[in-house]
Design a protein. Structure first.
Length: 327
């Protein structure tokens, strides 16, 4: 039995889709379905139970057959201001998951984030030693909550405290793909832009406020969700690693590249306008992210990432442009 937290969310629902497609239906979904139609992300899927986070530890206490926990549940908003709620949801809940997996000797794969790197001036080397992690300065509350949990894992390793037999954190970069429609303002630029482009509207990207970087030339490491899921399940299958690793394509591409790929896939002429960035966003805006994948490769993960243009085309042609856009 595999437990997936955040199971009805973007990456979580794609994990369950991949497990089902591989013939594995012994899966339990842990999530709050709420009122934003997030349930649709799971409507094609077979799961043995759907357990809200408030009940998951009671549920776990009655089980002896959990083979792994994939912990993806979190408040992922980068503009959220309620620090107490974020700490409870992203940090303290994760500590309870970590402790349960340690006590039950159950492998754990959990979601960290590239937001832990802050403005990226120190680079994107996923050195997860405690001394290296303590140098990072996340720019937002979400990134800090993820960073705190990474620090706790590294601290336990340094002090030779017990951990699960496998304990892997994954620093996801800019993941895009199907099943993020419930995220509203936090959807990827691509998902939001597609509907606007289909209506014939102009796509608006932020102006640049940094010398030497043109409007639209701000770069991100865009990674297709299928690639992210493949790394997650690779670690679950191995069930023996301890560490924190980057998950990305390893290649930074501009937002202009992303939107160009979208228009190309739609067979439309590009229409882009550049708008002012909100004042409150400017101090925490990242102009460049790129996953350093050397440590992941050194473990033996060799699968090549999906090229941006290929991932965008697959997302649009198989999901966004169809009547049923859910995976």
């Amino acid at each position: 039995m595999i437990v997936v937290t955040g199971a009805a969310g973007f990456i979580g629902s794609n994990v369950i889709a991949e497990l089902n497609d591989a013939g594995k239906d012994d899966v339990v979904a842990c999530d709050v379905l709420g009122h934003n139609a997030k349930w649709r992300n799971l409507c094609k899927r077979l799961v043995r139970d759907i357990v809200p986070p408030s009940q998951i530890f009671d549920w776990l206490s009655r089980r002896q057959d959990v083979s792994a926990v994939i912990h993806l549940g979190a408040n992922t908003s980068t503009i959220v201001q309620d620090g107490d709620d974020v700490m409870e949801t992203n940090f303290r809940f994760s500590l309870r998951i970590l402790d349960w997996c340690t006590q039950r000797r159950t492998p754990l794969v959990y979601a960290s984030s590239a937001a832990t790197y802050g403005n990226g001036e120190a680079g994107f080397d996923d050195d997860w030693s405690l001394s290296a992690l303590r140098k990072l300065r996340p720019l937002n509350l979400y990134g800090w909550s993820k960073h705190l949990f990474d620090l706790e894992v590294a601290n336990r390793v340094e002090h030779r405290e017990l951990l699960p037999p496998a304990c892997v954190g994954l620093k996801f970069f800019n993941v895009y793909g199907p099943n993020e429609y419930h995220k509203g303002a936090m959807m990827s630029v691509l998902a939001k832009s597609f509907e606007l482009a289909r209506k014939g509207e102009t796509i608006r990207l932020f102006k640049s406020y940094r010398d030497g970087i043109a409007d639209g030339a701000q770069k991100r490491d865009f990674v297709y969700v299928r690639d992210a899921v493949d790394v997650i399940l690779w670690f679950v299958t191995r069930a023996r690693d301890v560490g924190i690793f980057n998950v990305g394509s390893g290649e930074a591409r501009s937002f202009a590249d992303l939107i160009q790929a979208m228009f190309d896939s739609m067979g439309m002429e590009k229409r882009i306008a550049f708008i002012d960035m909100p004042d409150e966003l400017r101090p925490q805006y990242q102009y460049f992210t790129q996953a350093d994948l050397r440590r992941l490769r050194a473990l033996g993960y060799t699968k090549a990432p999906t090229k941006l243009e290929d991932g965008v085309a697959d997302l649009i042609q198989r999901y966004l442009a169809t009547e049923d856009r859910f995976r």
